[in-house]
Design a protein around this ligand. Structure first.
Ligand SMILES: CC(C)(COP(=O)(O)OP(=O)(O)OC[C@H]1O[C@@H](n2cnc3c(N)ncnc32)[C@H](O)[C@@H]1OP(=O)(O)O)[C@@H](O)C(=O)NCCC(=O)NCCS
Length: 202
């Protein structure tokens, strides 16, 4: 545990975001080892130190933005969210990847963590659109994107190779104007969309 040395990127009521670094190797591998049956066949995160290093290199080289989610009360690592394959220029678009620790799922931490990441993406990182591509049978992930107000754009057969197989995906998306209209910090309280929000950005 190295909570006291972490620099929070943003804080919510129950969780905060921090940047993935090699200091978190042990916590990360504990999360993925303990969640394998929960993650597959939806996601296949790094399962050993070599793949975790490759993930950090991918972040360092700008192929993704990574966010670790920790619980405020005890600094436990509860989930991971990545903004993958950013394309800026005329697109300012990217796709989300995320997974919770099995032992911390179902408590709202990912909902709050993803809201914090959306805030970062649309106010700090200058994205215009984020997509979440979800396999049709992944009820928990579909519930998460619905809860945060993502819009269903369609269905793409054999869209993404996951776990060695081309899998169908529902295509969900959020635009910056949609997120900011619902969550702008300067709106009067009664004008804001309910719930799941957010934080001081630190
Ligand atoms: C997808 C995934 C990240 C969703 O995580 P989650 O644990 O369901 O999300 P949360 O932590 O926000 O918890 C939501 C649940 O907590 C409940 N909850 C409790 N307090 C809450 C709060 N304050 N705010 C929101 N939800 C709250 C919700 O009602 C919901 O429970 P329900 O599904 O029974 O309605 C998780 O299921 C996962 O890691 N799955 C495997 C990997 C995966 O599928 N990744 C996505 C690939 S597209």
């Amino acid at each position: 545990m190295f909570g006291r040395r972490r620099k929070a990127i943003a804080r919510g009521e129950t969780v905060y975001l921090f940047a993935p670094t090699k200091d978190a190797t042990e916590d990360f591998l504990t999360l993925t080892a303990g969640s394998r049956n929960f993650h597959n066949p939806w996601v296949y995160p790094p399962a050993d130190a070599r793949h975790f290093r490759a993930y950090l290199e991918r972040l360092a080289n700008g192929f993704a933005h990574g966010f670790f989610i920790a619980r405020r009360e005890d600094d436990s690592l509860v989930g991971v969210i990545n903004i993958n394959d950013p394309i800026m220029g005329g697109f300012k678009s990217a796709s989300l990847g995320y997974y919770a620790a099995a032992s911390y799922c179902g408590r709202g931490y990912m909902t709050e963590g993803l809201a914090l990441v959306l805030d970062q993406a649309f106010t700090v990182l200058d994205f215009h659109r984020l997509e979440a591509n979800v396999q049709p049978d992944n009820a928990a992930s579909l519930a998460l994107v619905r809860r945060l107000g993502f819009r269903k754009e369609g269905f793409s057969p054999a869209f993404l190779k996951v776990g060695g197989e081309w899998r169908d995906h529902e295509r969900w998306a959020m635009l910056s104007e949609e997120w900011l209209a619902a969550h702008a910090l300067d709106q009067p309280e009664e004008a804001k969309a309910p719930a799941h929000h957010v934080s001081q950005v630190v």
